[in-house]
Design a protein around this ligand. Structure first.
Ligand code: TYD
Length: 208
């Protein structure tokens, strides 16, 4: 039997300001309203070790790209082992705000670490656990930054990276293709994005 039994693993991804944190609770509401048991997580974080890594990562300590990579992966390894795998094994739906694609976007494309190495390290951290569905909220260049400034979001260490860093990250997300990947237009009103996200989730829930 697979680790996930009846469970489903849904991931939300996208660049800064794409609206993940406003879409996630609406999508969670729809999943719960359909009577499905749901666990929500946000990366990095969700266990004591992962929260400690989050503080180290997002505060203003200088860290090399490689140090940053392993902190994100330590957080992910702990979250997968302690929360995500047990929930999937119990037949629950897991909705994650960011997962391994974030590491490819920020540490490989953004920081310039070797993509194949980042993918292998990701797979080691997760024990090969892949999402059933990855919803990518896409945005045209610049829109995410404008939204963040307008919303007064206090920038963490990665938010404060150069404009060009964020352009590369957003372009990477727009170009991702593969099994279980669905792109949504993050520039549309949040209700419409949440509806489109729910349509995609429903499709995956019907599969067995
Ligand atoms: P968070 O405040 O949760 O931001 P957001 O609302 O954009 O998700 O901070 C997470 C930050 O960490 C965000 O800038 C993306 C970055 N990140 C990575 O660089 N690599 C990773 O593997 C993950 C999970 C996040």
């Amino acid at each position: 039997m697979s680790a996930r039994a009846g469970g489903r693993f849904i991931v939300l991804e996208g660049p800064e300001g794409a609206g993940k944190s406003t879409v996630a609770p609406r999508l969670a509401e729809r999943i719960r309203a359909a009577g499905l048991p749901l666990v929500t997580v946000r990366e990095p974080g969700g266990t004591p070790v992962a929260e400690a890594a989050r503080r180290a990562l997002l505060e203003d300590h200088p860290a090399s790209g490689m140090a940053e990579l392993f902190l994100f992966l330590a957080a992910r390894a702990d979250l997968v082992a302690a929360v995500i795998r047990p929930a999937l094994a119990a037949g629950q739906v897991v909705l994650a705000d960011r997962y391994e694609l974030s590491t490819e976007a920020y540490q490989a494309v953004g920081r310039g670490l070797e993509p194949a190495f980042v993918q292998a390290a990701n797979a080691a951290a997760t024990g090969g656990l892949r999402a059933d569905l990855t919803l990518i909220l896409d945005l045209p260049d610049g829109v995410g930054r404008q939204r963040q400034l307008a919303g007064g979001k206090a920038g963490d260490r990665l938010d404060r990276e150069a404009e060009e860093f964020h352009r590369r990250v957003a372009a990477f997300y727009r170009g991702v293709r593969g099994p279980g990947i669905v792109h949504l237009d993050g520039s549309r009103p949040v209700n419409e994005v949440a509806e489109a996200a729910w349509d995609a989730v429903e499709g995956v829930l019907k599969q067995h």
